[in-house]
Design a protein around this ligand. Structure first.
Ligand code: PRX
Length: 649
């Protein structure tokens, strides 16, 4: 089993914040926790009351496990709450400072600008025939237009499904088809490390296989044009010529779907996580406010791409629900130079910086000297998300980015949870490197063993005991999979997140990692079976088993054990071809780091691949229980193969 005591870290360093930080904090004591402990519905209701509802809810919660409905009967709109609710008071406040990746390319948009832009875009969508409940795919670079597109959908009640622009056209088509989207919103080019990548071309490739697509709406980012298919494709700027810049927000039922976001699971098919308007909005609003301890003067920078849940909740919605000023950067952390993140923090006086452990480990590898050229004095709070933040990386972040004065919120959550679930609020709890901390108010977690029995000490499966507003409601068109993946019979009332965790004596939680066949590469979730399906799609491949191995920077890397069809020559050229095939089928994030050609993989008598043994092998761990292994002889030869491959890499 992956979540054993040997994975536990011994850590006794504790860090507190200054008295000044505590005095100025939004949460000064445990009263919010007490309120939520007493009655979690009252707590969430109180938070929901801070937002605008066209009609107040009749009931806060209806919990028919495993299905929750929140704010039943309430009518609201998240785009209204991000924009109209702040008018006219925040009309001139900067909503986004946007930095393009090439020198001197920067723009800023006020809340007034965003309000007008989103309304115009919403009218453009209507002109294309998009209606409430229609699905719209968004495949965009990190430009403010992506947020505009999301909010425009939300404004008219269309359900957006953002697909990370690093996914291949094949992966895009798969998601468009599953959601039966009628429109794709995209841009002509993405700027990436000095190159212009023709993203619209990827969409053209994808929609060839998508029967439901009626239109492709394209934002122009460079002056060159891209090929447009007449009648189907429209330039955004031409579409909105002459359209009104007022579009009132559609009163949405609290339980109407807001978006679908695909994430990886244990089968080859991605899961369409469904979030609804009211509950998601309350979760995004509340967690942004408390976890980041926000102030009017803050400049918030979450580096996540809008294609992931972090970019949804903490770039597109949460900060805007709170009227915050944000920074958005189009480019990579090492382009045009390795100090670009620090340059941005200095230039826009970023006060809250939220990034991924992978990035922190990369920065530490590049060395602290790079940071010395910049003034990072504006920073007051740091955050981390997506994978375990190991103590060494925590300390580096604390010392070199935070100058030993900024608290770090290590936030645990998932696409499914919609918003942050576990983290220590630095104003009331100490920070412990390697530990996410304690659940937020209204969230009750429990560690259990395989049979569901509570574990008081040590490690176990992380479960969530009570429903919360921003929880996923179902999987798109697959409620049976929702029930089977996240809940267990007979009660179906406890959410199993798929992670193992451990608790210290003070109740701080350390996330150990996934217990299913999901790999976390640089904070991106990829299913082993998704990669296996992509590899067996290649004509040379007979069978595959994919497992993660530890990686110094990326947390985990992908190792594929590949059995070739007879008479196929196992050479390095084929390895590269297969890696490219995975990139074409899924995207660069799924590229296997190591491919090992083998004659066989360990299997049970019923023919199921025993990935557990392969995982142990690549982690250099002793192999555990082999009683169900049918082909014993394969293990020693594979071990040799693997050691040989390792010595060559
Ligand atoms: O394994 C956990 C890891 O990321 C998974 C969720 O991935 P995703 O849905 O893509 O969302 C990522 C951003 C919210 C979790 O099941 N994870 C997320 N945050 C942490 C983490 N692992 C350790 N520490 C965290 N702070």
């Amino acid at each position: 089993m992956k979540y054993t005591m040997q994975n536990l870290l011994k850590e006794d360093r504790l860090f507190s914040v200054s008295q000044r930080f505590k005095e100025g904090a939004r949460v000064k004591d445990r009263s919010l926790f007490d309120l939520a402990d007493n009655n979690y519905c009252d707590y969430w209701q109180k938070e929901a009351e801070n937002l605008h509802w066209f009609k107040t809810w009749d009931r806060v919660l209806d919990w028919q496990p495993p299905h929750a409905q929140w704010f039943i009967g309430g009518k609201t709109n998240i785009s209204y709450n991000c924009l109209d609710r702040h008018m006219p008071a925040l009309k001139d406040r900067i909503a986004y400072f946007w930095r393009g990746e090439y020198e001197g390319c920067e723009r800023m948009y006020t809340y007034g600008d965003m309000h007008e832009w989103v309304q115009k875009c919403a009218n453009g969508l209507k002109k294309l025939g998009v209606k409430k409940g229609d699905r719209v795919a968004i495949y965009m670079p990190m430009i403010v237009e992506a947020v505009v597109a999301m909010q425009a959908c939300a404004r008219i009640g269309a359900i957006h499904t953002v697909v990370f622009a690093g996914f291949s056209s094949h992966a895009l088509a798969e998601r468009i088809n599953d959601a039966e989207c009628t429109l794709v919103i995209t841009a002509d080019f993405v700027h990436r490390k000095g190159k212009k990548i023709p993203i619209k071309k990827q969409v053209d490739e994808a929609v060839k296989d998508c029967a439901t697509i009626e239109h492709v709406m394209v934002f122009s980012t460079v002056e060159e044009s891209c090929a447009m298919t007449s009648k189907r494709d429209v330039w955004y700027h031409e579409l909105v010529e002459g359209v009104a810049n007022v579009c009132s927000a559609e009163p949405m039922d609290a339980e109407d779907p807001l978006f679908i976001l695909y994430t990886s699971g244990t089968t080859g098919k991605p899961k369409g996580i469904v979030h609804t308007v009211g509950g998601y909005m309350v979760g995004a609003y509340t967690t942004t406010k408390y976890v980041f301890d926000i102030k009017d003067s803050d400049v918030f920078w979450c580096t996540a791409d809008v294609g992931w849940i972090t970019g949804h909740t903490y770039v597109a919605y949460g900060p805007m629900l709170n009227g915050m000023t944000q920074v958005m950067y189009e480019g990579a952390p090492n382009y045009p130079h390795k100090g670009v993140f620090w340059e941005i923090i200095q230039e826009y006086e970023v006060s809250i910086f939220y990034t991924a452990p992978t990035a922190i480990r990369m920065f530490s590898k590049w060395g602290a000297d790079i940071l010395k050229a910049y003034d990072l004095g504006s920073l007051r709070l740091l955050g981390s998300v997506g994978e375990p933040l190991n103590p060494e990386a925590w300390m580096w972040y604390h010392e070199h980015v935070g100058n030993k004065k900024c608290p770090i919120v290590d936030t645990w959550w998932q696409t499914e949870t919609g918003s942050i679930m576990i983290t220590n609020l630095p104003s009331i709890d100490k920070q412990k490197p390697g530990y996410a901390g304690k659940p937020l108010p209204g969230i009750e977690v429990e560690l259990v063993d395989e049979s569901g029995n509570q574990i008081q000490h040590g490690s176990g499966l992380l479960t969530i005991k009570k429903p919360w507003p921003s929880m996923l409601r179902t999987l798109w068109k697959d409620d049976a999979r929702y029930r089977a993946t996240y809940f267990r019979s007979p009660d179906y009332d406890t959410y199993y997140c798929g992670d193992a965790a451990a608790k210290d004596e003070d109740g701080n939680i350390m996330i150990i990692g996934r217990v299913d066949d999901v790999i976390n590469v640089s904070g991106h979730r990829i299913g082993s079976m998704e990669i296996e399906s992509a590899l067996v799609d290649h004509e040379a491949v007979a069978e595959v088993a994919v497992v993660p191995k530890p990686h110094e920077i990326r947390g985990e890397a992908i190792v594929a054990f590949v059995i070739l069809k007879e008479h196929i020559l196992p050479d390095d050229a084929l390895k590269n071809t297969l890696k490219k095939h995975v990139v074409d089928m899924i995207g660069a994030i799924a590229r296997p780091e190591t491919i090992i050609f083998t004659q066989d993989v360990p299997k049970t008598r019923s023919g199921k691949i025993m990935r557990r043994l392969l995982r142990e092998m690549v982690h250099d761990l002793p192999l555990s229980d082999m009683t169900t292994l049918a082909n014993q002889e394969v293990v020693s030869s594979l071990k040799e193969h693997y050691q040989f491959a390792k010595s060559r890499s």
